[in-house]
Design a protein around this ligand. Structure first.
Ligand SMILES: Nc1nc2c(ncn2[C@@H]2O[C@H](COP(=O)(O)OP(=O)(O)OP(=O)(O)O)[C@@H](O)[C@H]2O)c(=O)[nH]1
Ligand SMILES: [Mg+2]
Length: 437
């Protein structure tokens, strides 16, 4: 039995149409009571729709709606589902939902429709997570990466890895019953070779996380340097509009200013800061303190300088000489003239950022890891595989620990796909969804 649940699937607020999703075992009985059609919903075929008035308990019309009929297992959740397209706004969807509660549905929890889709075998856990990722995507590229995973790219890469690991694990468990002398001489060597291939496949997927994480979370890039170095000028240039005040007066920027722009589909949280100096006033001093704090958190620092002798960039910063039209930069240094040659300046800074943030810029339709959960579990699996390899390379004393490690690897891989799920794992995954998904 799966109890009927309902929720608004569209964003709340003003809009022409609102979509309410209703899913569960008794949704057709509910819809029969909600409408007064000569052919009631329970007698309608899957894949059809009806235009119908919806009635409250007293028999007054709540709204005129379009009903879309889905039948188990061919629906998003895999259950009987009806979508109600009603008028948008604050009042109508709310009144229709309240009527549904009267008729026996209950409000869906965040992600509950997708959780049911997963439990009914409509998708694996990586696909379910991709649904939330499509909604949360902050750039078209992030959306494409999520869509590839919804189509099953990550599942397709992980499933054989999981199944191969499981097969090895089962095989090694069997061998524990053998006497040592009965195993072929090259058994351990061959087992280690086969596991190396699995570990390489795991590593290749782990390598996708760096860029994928930046794509989801964005990268914090801080522009720092002495007063008047041209920081705000560079911020405006990269954003493409005059966001920050630029002036020849030293100490113009006092608060930090953060704006986001996309670099190869990665949201760059570009932050302009107060020029670093022993500031004369309390407000500017606070600005300088904030700038220093931001340097600690940054994924990359663009340090702008005009090359004065006492101007020392922090370690690891991307050093850029500014105002190259006025003073000649040291040979080989990265240098820009933001005003005289804005396009060249933008190209140079973006290339430096790509290198520092290790953005490949390669758009792939391949599997990419999509969240910390997947990364942590795959790291665990990879580590266990490497330890199993090391154990095998010690010969027959290694096969008990190798068997343990293989079991751990298979379990972690199964967890990513939701093959060996626990209730709390599912609650954690689906509670991050929005209601109505
Ligand atoms: N000639 C020349 N002037 C520039 C260049 N870049 C910036 N400037 C000028 O340098 C001055 C300071 O620029 P800002 O961008 O305000 O400098 P800032 O680093 O933000 O300064 P503070 O906010 O005071 O820390 C302004 O008068 C800019 O017009 C450049 O490439 N060439
Ligand atoms: Mg400034």
């Amino acid at each position: 039995m799966s109890e009927p649940i309902a929720a608004l699937a569209t964003a709340p607020g003003m809009g022409g149409v609102a979509v309410i999703r209703l899913s569960g075992d008794t949704v057709y009985a509910i819809a029969d009571q909600l409408t007064r059609l000569s052919t009631p919903p329970s007698q309608r075929k899957a894949g059809t729709f009806a235009y119908a008035s919806l009635y409250d308990a007293k028999g007054d019309i709540l709204d005129d709606a379009i009903l879309l009929f889905f039948r188990a297992p061919k629906s998003y959740t895999g259950e009987d589902t009806i979508e109600l397209h009603v008028h948008g706004g604050k009042i109508v969807p709310q009144r229709v939902l309240e009527r549904l509660w009267e008729l026996g549905a209950r409000p869906a929890l965040p992600g509950e429709f997708t959780k049911r889709a997963f439990l009914n075998g409509r998708m694996d856990l990586t696909q379910a997570e991709a649904v939330a990722d499509i909604i949360a995507a902050r750039s078209p590229r992030a959306e494409r990466a999520a869509r590839a995973n919804l189509q099953g790219r990550l599942g397709e890469a992980l499933t054989p890895l999981y199944e191969d690991t499981l097969a090895h694990s089962v095989q090694v468990e069997h061998l524990l019953d053998f006497d040592e002398g009965e195993l072929p001489d090259d058994f351990f060597y061959e087992a280690a070779e086969r596991l190396k291939n699995l570990a390489e496949r795991a590593q290749a997927l782990l390598d996708t996380w760096h860029e994928s994480r930046l794509m989801r979370e964005g990268a914090l890039v801080v522009i720092a340097g002495k007063p008047n170095a041209g920081k705000s000028t560079l911020l405006n240039l990269l954003l493409g509009y005059e966001r920050a005040i630029v002036s020849g007066e030293a100490g113009t920027t006092r608060d930090s200013i953060e704006e986001t722009f996309l670099l190869d589909g990665v949201p760059i949280r570009l932050t302009d800061t107060a020029g670093l100096r022993d500031a004369p006033g309390a407000v500017e001093r606070e600005g300088v303190a904030r700038a220093k704090a931001l340097l600690e958190q940054a994924d990359a620092v663009l340090y702008l300088t005009t090359g004065e002798a006492d101007d020392l960039p922090p370690a690891g910063a991307i050093v850029i000489y500014t105002k190259a039209d006025l003073t000649a930069p040291p040979p080989g240094a990265r240098a820009i003239s933001a005003q005289a040659q804005p396009d060249a300046a933008r190209t140079l800074v973006c290339d430096a950022l790509r290198a520092a943030l290790q953005l490949s810029g390669n758009e792939t339709a391949h599997a990419t890891l999509a969240n910390e959960r997947q990364f942590a579990l795959l790291s665990t699996a990879n580590k266990a595989l490497l330890e199993a390899i090391a154990a095998f390379s010690q010969g027959d004393i290694g096969y008990v620990p190798a068997a343990q490690q293989l079991r751990a690897a298979a379990e972690a891989l199964g967890d990513i796909l939701g093959r060996t799920y626990a209730d709390d794992l599912l609650d954690r995954v689906f509670s991050t969804f929005c209601v109505g998904k």
